[in-house]
Design a binder for this molecule. Sequence first.
Ligand SMILES: [Zn+2]
Length: 142
Amino acid sequence: MSCVLCDSDGGELVWQDGHCRVIVANEAGYPGLIRVVWGAHVAELSDLTLAERHHLMAVVTTVERVVRETMRPTKVNLAALGNMVPHLHWHVIPRYADDAHFPQAIWGSVQRPVPNDVAADRAAMAQHLPDALQKALAVELH
Ligand SMILES: [Zn+2]
């Protein structure tokens, strides 16, 4: 069976090492949504060794911090669902009290529309993410 995360990067690739990769998802309505994708096709976090788990969570944590600094969200959501694609990946999602789904998960029901100017401001902040992520990960990983 084919797997979209084995067959493609799954977004704009901004960083990778021998274990995992960081992609900008370019998700409609959610600028700044980053995915950290484990390289090997494993389904669950507990499929990894302890060292692998620590490495993955170090990457997720650095990504979370960069998303906070760059996107200035109300909250960051971390999620590893994998129901649609059973290939271990973390979503790092900047959330705002006035975003379309807050306080529900972004996969929940829509709570409100987001004004165009607000969406444009957040898309503009997200333009800085690839560079900021590459710089931070180069310093903090390895
Ligand atoms: Zn896969």
